[in-house]
Ligand binder design. Structure first.
Ligand code: NAD
Length: 260
């Protein structure tokens, strides 16, 4: 129970990696604020399951990660409900694939807002609370695409490289405050986000979904296996724990050798 009675805020946690991280933190005793979109009944089911499965409290904030005031209100809600914000996981993210010259301008703006700028707003709102407590952990979910590029993912790659720059800057600013700020760079994890890419690519290239997974999605991932939620959660919990206290400003790859 390394997070007993701590508070964790995880953005984009109604699905995929964020939901898995929120559940892993709750399992370690944290009260959690989950965030993200979805059908209200599905979100309520996930929220209630966290409370029932792990005996902690869980609340949902519908804050839209493109809206600075809603992000600040989300952090304030966590503090007013639970009394602190000990761990902030900036995870919300979307993908869009297109050659640069056809890239819809509004998609570029949306990806930069959700995948990069929302982390700035959440960190900006959480830091005064963490500084007052002299304790905090900020974990930014970047991507292998924070370190290397792939064609047609201009906005995503730019945003994820930006997340690493933000991570390093914040790390230097809070290095003496009992706070750490790090980024995790996962390779491919089989989530709804990736499932959409598999289906779209299969349709666009006239390939089976198995062929897309093997030859397209995992082409760059030498292990030829998706990264599991457990593998990601292990790193997240390490960074959130006391043992991870000496790691600051780092980007940690969990990518099956992709960026080796
Ligand atoms: P996902 O689509 O399963 O989940 C995304 C979450 O973000 C959902 O809860 C969704 O509701 C939420 N969200 C989307 N737009 C939002 C907005 N405007 N405001 C609030 N919430 C919003 O995606 P995932 O695969 O779990 O990805 C999570 C993070 O991990 C992303 O930052 C992604 O870039 C990163 N990542 C994913 C992979 C992968 O292979 N899946 C690899 C590396 C990095």
């Amino acid at each position: 129970m390394i997070l007993k009675s701590k508070t964790a805020v995880v953005t984009g946690s109604t699905s995929g990696i964020g939901l898995a991280i929120a559940r892993a933190m709750a399992k370690e005793g944290a009260n959690v604020l989950i965030n993200g979109f979805g059908k209200p009944e599905d979100i309520e089911k996930e929220r209630a399951a966290i409370e029932a499965d792990f005996g902690v409290r869980a609340i949902h904030s519908p804050a839209d990660m493109t809206k600075p005031a809603e992000i600040a209100a989300m952090i304030a809600l966590a503090e007013s409900t639970f009394g602190s914000v000990d761990v902030l996981v900036n995870n919300a993210g979307i993908q869009f694939v297109s050659p640069i010259e056809d890239f819809p301008i509004e998609k570029w703006d949306q990806i930069i807002a959700i995948n990069l700028t929302s982390a700035f707003h959440a960190i900006r709102a959480a830091l005064p609370i963490m500084k007052a407590a002299k304790h905090g952990r900020i974990i930014n979910i970047a991507s292998a695409h924070g370190l290397v590029a792939s064609p047609f993912k201009g906005a995503y790659v730019a945003a994820k490289h930006g997340v690493l720059g933000l991570t390093k800057t914040v790390a230097l600013e809070i290095a003496q405050d009992g706070i750490t700020c790090n980024a995790i760079c996962p390779g491919y994890v089989h989530t709804p986000l990736v499932d959409g890419q598999i289906k779209d690519t299969a349709k666009a290239r006239g390939l089976s979904e198995e062929a897309v997974v093997r030859d397209v999605i995992l082409a760059a991932q030498p292990s030829k296996q998706f990264i599991s939620f457990d593998q990601l959660n292990g790193m997240v919990l390490y960074l959130a724990s006391a043992a991870g206290g000496g790691v600051n400003g780092a980007h940690l790859s969990i990518d099956g050798g992709w960026t080796a």
